[in-house]
Design a protein around this ligand. Structure first.
Ligand code: SAH
Length: 352
C-alpha cells in the first residue's frame, strides 16, 4: 500500500492528524518513509547541501571544532558527533582537515545520529576504518565531553502549525476530502510552547518543533557536565513566524500534501527555540552562514584551492564558493549558532 493510501485510511478511521504526525510518517515511516527508503542527496536526487557543494564547508567547520576542543584543554576521550550526517561528506571533510591537530583523532570517538539505513551505509563507506557508532537518538550518546555538528538536521524534524484566530490558537491539521489530503483547522488550543507568543497578530501562523527541545536538552546536559560545543547550521531565523513548510522533489518545489513519502519535507528552524532549550549554556549570536565562513577564512582557502584548478573545475569552484557565502544564495538564508559551557571560549567565527 502507498503511504498516501495508508494515511487516507487512517484519517478516515481516527480523524485529522497533526502536521507533525504527517511529517513523521512521510519522512521516517519504517517501510515507506522518505529517508528510510533512499539517499535523497545530490544532483540526481532531490536536494543538495553545503558539504556536497564544496569541501571548504567541512574543512572550516572541522578546524573551528578542533580549535574549540584545544581552547577547552583538549579533553580526551571525547565524543565527536554529528546529527543527520547524510552521505558522511561533512564528517569526512572535518576529519581530513583535523588530521594534523595533535591528539584530536587519537582522543575522538565518532558517534552519528542517523534514522536512515541507506544513509547509514553511505556513512560507513565514507568513514571506513574510523570505528563509528550509529545512534537512532541523541539520548544514547556517551556521557562525555561532546563536540557536535548538525547541518540541515533540525529542518527535517516534524513541526506543528498554529494559527492565531480571534478566539485564540487553532492547529492546522491534515484531513481527507474526496480521496485527497487537505489542510484544515482544529478546535481552540492552548499550546504551552506558544505561551510567550502573545505578540502574534490575528491571522498569522506560528510553527513549533516538538522534538527540538528534548534533543537540545540531551546535548546541553552533556556539555554542561563535561564540556564541549554544539554547532547548528540550518535555514531559519529567530522566532518562527509564517508557514515555512516546504516539499521538494527533484530540486523542484511541490505541494506538501501531494506525494507523501516521495518528496522531502522541511521547515525553517526557529533559532530562538534552540537557545531556549539550553538555558544552562552560553549561546553565540545567530550568525549568517556567509559571515561565519568568511570569518573562518573561506576566501583564503578558496584562493589556495583555486591555484590548482583550471577551466570548468575552476569555474565550478568559484560558483561553489559563491553559493555557500553570497547573500542571494545560502549566505544569509542559512544561519549558524553554537552553544558552550558558560564562561568557555566561544567557537571561532562566532565570538561576540
Ligand atoms: N547533514 C547532511 C544531510 C542533511 S539531510 C548534509 O548536510 O548533507 C537530513 C539528514 O538527517 C539525513 O541524514 C536524514 O536521514 C537525517 N534525519 C532526518 N530525520 C531524522 C531523525 N528524526 N533522526 C535521525 N536522523 C534524521
Amino acid at each position: 500500500m502507498s503511504l498516501k493510501r495508508a494515511l487516507l485510511a487512517r484519517i478516515v478511521q481516527t480523524g485529522p492528524m497533526t502536521l507533525a504526525d504527517y511529517m513523521a510518517d512521510c519522512l521516517t515511516h519504517p517501510s515507506l518513509g522518505y529517508y528510510t527508503t533512499r539517499d535523497p542527496l545530490g544532483a540526481k536526487g532531490d536536494f543538495t547541501t553545503a558539504p556536497e557543494i564544496s569541501q571548504m564547508f567541512g574543512e572550516l567547520i572541522g578546524l573551528a571544532l578542533a580549535q574549540a576542543w584545544l581552547d577547552q584543554g583538549a579533553p580526551a576521550p571525547f565524543t565527536l558527533a554529528e546529527l543527520g550526517p547524510g552521505r558522511g561528506t561533512l564528517m569526512a571533510d572535518i576529519l581530513r582537515a583535523t588530521r594534523r591537530v595533535p591528539g584530536f583523532h587519537a582522543g575522538m570517538r565518532l558517534h552519528l545520529v542517523e534514522a536512515s539505513e541507506p544513509l547509514r551505509e553511505k556513512q560507513r563507506a565514507a568513514l571506513a576504518g574510523l570505528g563509528l557508532t550509529h545512534h537512532a537518538d541523541v539520548a544514547t550518546l556517551p556521557d562525555a565531553p561532546l563536540f557536535l555538528v548538525a547541518n540541515e538536521f533540525f529542518d527535517a524534524l516534524p513541526i506543528r502549525q498554529f494559527v492565531r484566530t480571534a478566539g485564540g490558537w487553532r492547529e492546522r491539521l491534515v484531513g481527507a476530502e474526496a480521496g485527497a489530503l487537505v489542510f484544515g483547522l482544529g478546535g481552540p488550543a492552548q499550546p504551552e510552547p506558544l505561551a510567550h507568543r502573545g505578540e502574534v497578530a490575528e491571522g498569522r501562523l506560528v510553527e513549533i518543533c516538538p522534538a527540538l527541545a528534548p534533543i537540545m536538552a540531551e546535548i546541553a546536559a552533556r556539555i554542561a557536565r563535561h564540556g564541549g560545543a554544539a554547532l547548528v547550521i540550518d535555514y531559519g531565523d529567530w522566532r518562527s513566524l509564517g508557514d515555512t513548510l516546504q516539499a521538494v522533489r527533484g530540486h523542484t518545489p511541490q505541494d506538501p500534501l501531494a506525494q507523501p513519502g516521495e518528496a522531502d519535507l522541511t521547515a525553517h528552524v526557529d533559532f530562538e527555540a534552540l537557545v531556549r532549550a539550553a538555558p544552562g549554556l552560553a549561546a553565540s549570536a545567530m550568525t549568517p552562514q556567509g559571515v561565519f565562513l568568511e570569518r573562518l577564512g573561506i576566501v583564503q582557502r578558496a584562493q589556495t584551492l583555486a591555484t590548482r584548478l583550471t577551466g570548468p573545475a575552476l569555474a565550478a569552484h568559484i560558483a561553489a564558493h559563491r553559493r555557500l557565502t553570497h547573500g542571494s544564495e545560502m549566505g544569509t538564508l542559512f544561519k549558524v549558532i553554537a552553544v558552550v559551557q558558560k564562561g568557555a571560549p566561544m567557537l571561532p567565527g562566532l565570538e561576540p
